[in-house]
Design a protein around this ligand. Sequence first.
Ligand code: AMP
Ligand code: MG
Length: 408
Amino acid sequence: MSERILTFEQALAEVLTHARALVGVREVETVAVLAGAGRVLAVPVMADRDQPPFDRSTRDGYAVQAGDVARALRVVGSVRAGESWRGAALTEGEAIEIMTGAPVPAGADAVVMVEHTTLADRRLRVEDGRALHAGENVVPRGAEARAGSVVLPAGRVLGAAEIAVAASCGRASVEVFARPKVAIIATGDELVELDQPLEAWQIRNSNSYALAALVNAEGGFGERLAVAHDTLEELHERVAQGRDADLLLLSGGVSMGKYDLVEQVLREAGAEFFFTGVLMQPGKPIVFGRLPKQGEWTYFFGLPGNPVSTQVCFHLFVAPMLRALGGRTAVAPQFVEARLAEEVKGGARVTRFLPAELSGAWDGVAVRVVGWQGSGDVAANARGNCHVVLPAGVEALRAGETVRVLLR
Ligand code: AMP
Ligand code: MG
């Protein structure tokens, strides 16, 4: 068997290359704008009119001519949000009371804040020495968006900010991409389903659930297939069931053990492999490739069975492919930098991803590695909320150092 073991950087680059090339035809659905939350926009949203649609006052105050505030001005009226000034255009010597969000009347080119004025007998005075420049406290019509321009490109996930934009353009519905279907296969003779009694030496299948939750959170639709035992026959049967999905995920059975048959089964099923291992921990035995499917391909990952490895590999490699299959343009895993609260010892020749807790407190953003028993320790992993990267070859990280953090 030809093995292809990559460094972490090479493996990530390989996955991202495949992910970014996935621009295939996808089904589009029309959904109510709020139901679009978390979905990927398939058709750009355009501004249906200039935004703002009029010169908008950003302050409560008086609409004036900017060069005309050294003398007392006559207040000739008032305009509030939801109204439009119906009187004659403002001329020199005049001011019009205006509220935040109201259209600036014709003839005025600035708004002076009410706090900077005094009013007596309808005569307005601007504070001594205060100058106003043209355009002050006014957002000109079309400054935020021109009618017909793209305000939300396709490929973006709709969050609250994007939904606000769609709603501001009068969009009661939006077009989104269909969610990619992901077949999830847990493998292992020791695995028992949640509703079954089990012996002390057996293990509950948690990976199928973790993976389904991760898939759903990334906008996919996870389908959990029955556990496959470590036999060629059962693995072939399960792969045959799963290979029509948009993405196939297997967990377990990719290490060097006698019963690790996943790679062999995928190979026999016609797989092309892009890598068969990565110099990282956890996650070393991961395999990535694709199976032929009626002139197309189904990408797959054979993920290590250790539950923390499974999850780390999902965040780093599976999520980018899934995002791309779902039509997203931003696919790469997200890293940030943070200050390390406590020393971390024990580097390795491979890139390590340590479960950690990033605290976002106002008085100290810091990250701390959680104590763990290795990549089977789901409880420790759940005490964290991210992973600290310990680069290959680095022996230790000192407290106070800035480290790279994988968000999840
Ligand atoms: P494997 O990669 O098959 O050698 O499995 C590595 C470790 O992960 C073993 O201790 C397995 O019992 C455990 N494991 C494998 N699959 C699962 C699963 N679906 N849920 C929980 N633990 C698993
Ligand atoms: Mg196994």
